[in-house]
Write a protein that binds this ligand. Sequence first.
Ligand SMILES: C[S@@+](CC[C@H](N)C(=O)[O-])C[C@H]1O[C@@H](n2cnc3c(N)ncnc32)[C@H](O)[C@@H]1O
Length: 308
Amino acid sequence: MVYHVPVMVEEVVAGLVADPDGAYVDATAGGGGHSWALLQALGPKGRLLAVDRDREAVAVAQARLAADTRAVVRQGRFAELSELLAQEGIGPLSGVLFDLGVSSHQIDAPARGFSYRADGPLDMRMDAEVGPTAAELIAACSESKLAELIARYGEERAARRVARSIYRQQRLEPLITTQALRQAVAATRPQMLNKTLARVFQALRIAVNDELGQLQAGLTAAEVGLKPGGRLVILAYHSLEDRLVKQHFAALVRGCICPPRVPICTCGRKSSFKRVGYKFQRASESEVKQNTRARSAILRIYEKIEAG
Ligand SMILES: C[S@@+](CC[C@H](N)C(=O)[O-])C[C@H]1O[C@@H](n2cnc3c(N)ncnc32)[C@H](O)[C@@H]1O
């Protein structure tokens, strides 16, 4: 079975590789699909550090890229990017790619506990050896805290009702499988069960993996690691992560934060990034037909500029 079909490959490579002999980071290696395509566009002096927090993904990407001496694959999180770059002696960077979220393999493997469609342990950790599982998070949370988390990370309106049902079940028997969680959500009789399940599972996944905290740390590490003219390409799959990316770069593109009525800048902040091309790009219709996962992808490209 295919591990993961990479999304918007042509757009990613065209947007990222401006210098074929530069140093690049694929911060979300997954099955190595984007990494492999990037290597095809790099010259003999080009280098690529491919990183993933998931040990299974690292093994798959390593096997796929093993024959290419320009590539090195390492296990780690976004928050560890600067450290990994220093350890590998790679940089300053010409480009960094973030293809956010989970891979098809992670979703499709019942043992990982990401999917409400299959039965498996209620785990959801991308790095299956670190931190509490979704089941442990539910066991440690209060009902109001869980409701807040489902509302914030799942943007689910019935978050309180769902959290109440989860804890009603939890008191009878600890929720330790994806199907037990599914039943607790279904017991609230939502109009669109699958949509509610998707939002609740998304919320728990984001919380278990601290996805937004990691993204913020990764963007900051990339910002620092890039050289002027270096590019950042980000593929987001839901509004929370896309909003974070958009707001993060809006501030860096704008630079000055003085109120409009102030005639001369007093804050002294300068733009450090510019947007490249369109505000954002979507996958083509033909790609979405072949790969439904591409439907929700939003691609944004930014370029670091010389400090003025
Ligand atoms: C959409 S998949 C990437 C697929 C990849 N582009 C390919 O071509 O196969 C996202 C990957 O990012 C990894 N990931 C998500 N958050 C991460 C983080 N904070 N640090 C490192 N890897 C992360 C996941 O484990 C997953 O393998």
